[in-house]
Design a protein around this ligand. Sequence first.
Ligand SMILES: [Zn+2]
Length: 116
Amino acid sequence: MVSCKICGYETDKTIQQHIKFKHNIPVSEYYDKYPGSSVYSDEYSEYLRKRINERDPSYKKKLSESTKRLYQNKEWVEKHNRALKEKALSYIIRKGQKKIAGHIKKELWIAGKIKI
Ligand SMILES: [Zn+2]
């Protein structure tokens, strides 16, 4: 069971749609307002996790074939890496540094963009 922190609505799957359409806010905003909460029930996230795992092999293969091609393009890789860093940086500015993955943090720290 999962319940909406805004109005107390309960469901056994997810309140994702509920938040979007009943309260008119994106789920990301809900997470901002209620840190540590989930829009999925434990049962449903377990189900989703299982489904992703089952789908994983073909998904991975598809991904690796197209990304392999992309990664052979040096220009693209540089552009991609730069875009990722910029994204991480703007994310840090918006959310504070807490949610950033360690390796990105370290890289930004090395580049002198943030203080740890
Ligand atoms: Zn609600």
